[in-house]
Design a protein around this ligand. Structure first.
Ligand code: AMP
Ligand code: MG
Length: 357
């Protein structure tokens, strides 16, 4: 996701340099505004939740606000990590089938959102897919192709209904069950950071937490933020640029994490109904939604669903927009996403379609 912010910052920089042909006075006023913007502009790069995070905020107290944001990220990581032994999630997994464990308010909230999303997406999103994710070696980065027997023995453990959540505790009903918040935690963390920014009076910010971009307000000059949608076949390149404000833009794609064995590629988004990496005919799904937690959960879920079911889901809900990149080289934008999207007609083989309804 480093690349997204890279593109984003590149585009932002281009935007700053692009004024010309103005009268001297207007030029001066613009320069003064640009200087003020520059003075109040703070950014930082953080490594957390196994990924690179970039945060940029325009505010006179930006430096201290970003430090607080960093503390919040690490606080949430300590709660949600599946590998840190003392985390709420690791404790919950260790005690599966044995005992209920105390959890923080944030963990209870996120587990509840995740469980509701499983219902809403008919199981396409399911954080109890963890034992399967682990069997593929994505949890510890010890990649291996499990046998069908192994996967079949793990599938009965994938069942969000077996997770009970109370206000301050949670319980997994069968030994061997486990949750993995990798499909939704960065989105939730993003929402928490935006809430912190809002509390501090920030009106203009853009953050990227490994695949999860969120924008607050517009750029200080009133123009929308620009976020590139990566070309899944060449992730350092992009298929188009989105112009957004007050919106999260989250992409899930097989190209983001994968390994290869015997010439075949296996990626990290698992179809909970089969135990195998989802082969749904999609290369990536980008969700636009004011709520980043939802954007994150839905990008994972719609990737598993495939084009037809994903569009059906969009029609039924209408509280988000989507851009799907398909394995047969199409970029498909829902009509709301298309409004702010400039498809890049360049040296890639993608064609562009807009879904009106
Ligand atoms: P994302 O990049 O947001 O699409 O999330 C992918 C991550 O979520 C994976 O690395 C797993 O940790 C986890 N995961 C994989 N498949 C699923 C699924 N079907 N539902 C929920 N989480 C999943
Ligand atoms: Mg996700």
């Amino acid at each position: 996701m480093k690349k997204h912010i890279g593109y984003m910052l590149g585009i932002l920089l281009a935007g700053v340099c692009m004024f010309s042909g103005c009268t001297e006075q207007r030029e001066l006023a613009k320069q003064q505004l640009a200087q003020k913007e520059e003075k109040d502009r703070y950014d930082t790069m953080i490594f957390g939740m196994d990924t690179v995070m970039n945060l940029m905020v325009y505010h006179k107290d930006g430096e201290s606000i970003l430090l607080e944001a960093e503390r919040e990220i690490h606080h949430l990581e300590e709660l949600f990590s599946v590998t840190k032994e003392k985390s709420n999630v690791a404790q919950l997994n260790q005690q599966a089938g044995k005992a209920s464990v105390p959890i923080s308010e944030e963990t209870a909230e996120l587990l509840s959102i995740g469980k509701a999303l499983t219902k809403e997406t008919a199981g396409a999103f399911d954080m109890t897919v963890s034992p399967v994710v682990k069997a593929w070696g994505f949890t510890e980065e010890t990649h291996t192709v499990p046998t069908k027997e192994t996967l079949d023995s793990l599938l009965p453990l994938v069942d969000a209904e077996g997770l009970s959540i109370e206000k301050t505790s949670a319980y997994l009903e069968k030994e061997g069950m486990a949750v993995d918040l990798g499909g939704i935690a960065k989105g939730y963390t993003t929402d928490r950071i935006l809430a912190l920014f809002q509390e501090k009076g920030v009106e203009s910010a853009v953050i990227s937490l490994g695949g999860n971009v969120a924008t607050m307000g517009t750029k200080p000059d009133g123009t929308p933020w620009k976020v590139a949608v990566a070309n899944p076949l060449q992730p350092e390149d992009y298929v188009g640029i989105l112009e957004v404000k007050d919106c999260a833009v989250v992409t899930s794609g097989g190209y983001q994490r994968f390994f290869e064995e015997n010439g075949k590629r296996y990626h990290h988004i698992i179809d909970p109904s089969t135990g195998y990496p989802a082969e749904s005919g999609l290369l990536s799904v980008t969700i636009l939604c004011p709520n980043s937690t939802r954007a994150d959960g839905l990008s994972t879920a719609l990737f598993v669903m495939g084009e037809e079911k994903a569009l059906e889901f969009w029609r039924a809900h209408q509280d988000f927009e989507a851009i799907l990149v398909t394995a047969d080289n199409r970029v498909v934008a829902t009509k709301g996403a298309a409004k702010g999207f400039s498809f890049e007609e360049r040296d890639h083989d993608f064609t562009y379609e807009v879904v009106e309804e």
